[in-house]
Write a protein that binds this ligand. Structure first.
Ligand SMILES: Cc1ncc(COP(=O)(O)O)c(CNc2co[nH]c2=O)c1O
Length: 405
């Protein structure tokens, strides 16, 4: 296990006050804080080796290119991809999902073909498919969720038809914390000759994700949710798929040769990386992955599981609380709840006055809110630096403000 106090010293923001109260940051599902090693590395690059990457003939450009491509190798190793060619840098999970929705539909689907998603998806894994349904006539099928907040795998098995081409599912719910059995779901999909896209935004920051072990065809995650900078994310794709998919955006970097008669494209990953990449953010992401690796993903998982179990025990002492999911112990690092008839925004606003940062609302998962029968929830989401004392502050804060209603 790691020294939590030493870890927290790497995140100066955690020592600040809000409204004169110590900050209790429990909104890691929205974004995580950044360690000094990430911030220092990005500042250092801008200060000393800033230049545009690829094709540069001067030293600075080569240095920046080396850092950018070293970051790609760091990502490859972190998710255990076979090749760095399978690591595409994007702006984040949303862009990664839109890229697959656009290119896979264009290159591998025809009108009437089907994509399977789930009830607990983030809007970024629903709306891109709905846009493709409008534009290209693909059909969306939805895996139902049980009352316990887990996917109905029997129903999943029955959704496959001869028109099913892709399953696109979240690894972990950003609302419930439910960990979906994506390895088994991928095995089932592959039995039908169907490919699988995994939304790893809420899993990659919290436990080791091995794309070869999952055998998924695509996986997406965001740098800002794994203690890295905003503006950078990753699309992993099996090389055979990335070779087959048409480009997502056109421009510099992604071309072989351009003429008005014909343009050829680079191979993956550059085929999908049009324009100047955020080469400083990719370097920052690599430093973030090195940081969490140094703590140990198993240690982070163990810490956050302990925190989640402790928080569930303590939250259940709050009169009138309703906690969503977590019924079968399948849920990490995220707890969504409501207290009596208190509007989640009211509760969240009052907690903020106490220095406690949680998220309220639908969490970009309105179909899931509909399934839960609520407009929104209060969500506490934990990171590697949170403590039991912060859970105690949350619970005391809820009890303190609840009496006002
Ligand atoms: C499961 C999941 N998928 C996709 C996304 C989109 O990631 P982005 O492209 O980096 O925005 C998020 C971000 N989740 C949240 C962002 O803010 N609050 C959240 O719960 C997520 O949690």
């Amino acid at each position: 296990m790691y020294d939590i106090n030493k870890v927290r010293d790497s995140f100066p923001i955690l020592s600040r006050t809000v409204y004169g109260k110590p900050l209790v940051y429990l909104d890691n599902g929205a974004t995580t804080q950044k360690p000094l090693c990430v911030l220092d590395a990005m500042r250092e690059e801008y200060l000393n080796v800033n230049a545009n990457v690829h094709r540069g003939v001067h030293w600075l450009s080569q240095q920046a290119t080396d850092l950018h491509e070293a970051a790609r190798e760091t990502v490859r190793k972190f998710i255990n991809a076979r090749s760095a060619n399978e690591v595409v840098f994007t702006r984040g999970t949303t862009e990664s999902l839109n890229l697959v929705a656009s290119s896979f539909t264009e290159g591998c689907m025809k009108e009437g073909d089907e994509v399977i998603v789930s009830t607990m998806e983030h809007h970024s894994n629903i709306v891109p498919w709905q846009l493709q349904a409008q534009r290209r006539g693909i059909v969306l099928k939805v895996i139902p969720m049980t009352e316990e907040g887990v996917l109905d795998l029997d129903a999943y098995r029955k959704l496959f038809t001869e028109r099913t081409r892709l399953v696109s599912i979240t690894h972990v719910s950003n609302v419930l914390g439910t960990v979906n059995p994506v390895k088994e779901m991928t095995r089932i999909a592959h039995e039908h000759g169907v490919s699988v896209m995994v939304d790893g935004a809420q899993s990659v920051p919290h436990f080791a994700v091995d794309v070869q072990e999952l055998d998924c065809d695509f996986l997406a995650f965001s740098g800002h949710k794994v203690y890295g900078p905003t503006g950078v994310g990753v699309l992993y794709g099996k090389e055979a798929w990335l070779d087959r998919l048409p480009p997502y955006q056109g421009g510099g970097e992604m071309i072989g040769h351009v003429s008005f008669e014909k343009t050829t494209f680079e191979r993956p990953p550059l085929k999908f990386e049009a324009g100047t990449p955020d080469y400083v953010a990719t370097h920052g992401l690599a430093k973030a992955l090195d940081y969490v690796s140094s703590l140990g993903m198993d240690n982070i998982l163990s810490h956050e599981q302990d925190l989640t179990r402790y928080a569930l025990r303590q939250l259940r002492t709050v009169e009138g609380i309703h906690i969503y999911g977590h019924s079968n112990g399948s849920g990490d690092a995220v707890i969504s709840f409501n207290v009596g008839n208190i509007h989640p925004m009211d509760l969240g606003t009052l907690l903020d006055q106490l220095g406690i940062a949680v998220r309220t609302g639908h969490h970009c998962a309105q179909p899931l809110m509909d399934r839960l029968g609520v407009l929104g929830t209060v969500r506490a989401s934990f990171g590697l630096y949170n403590t039991r004392e912060e859970v105690d502050a949350l619970v005391a804060g809820i009890k303190r403000v609840s009496v006002m209603f």
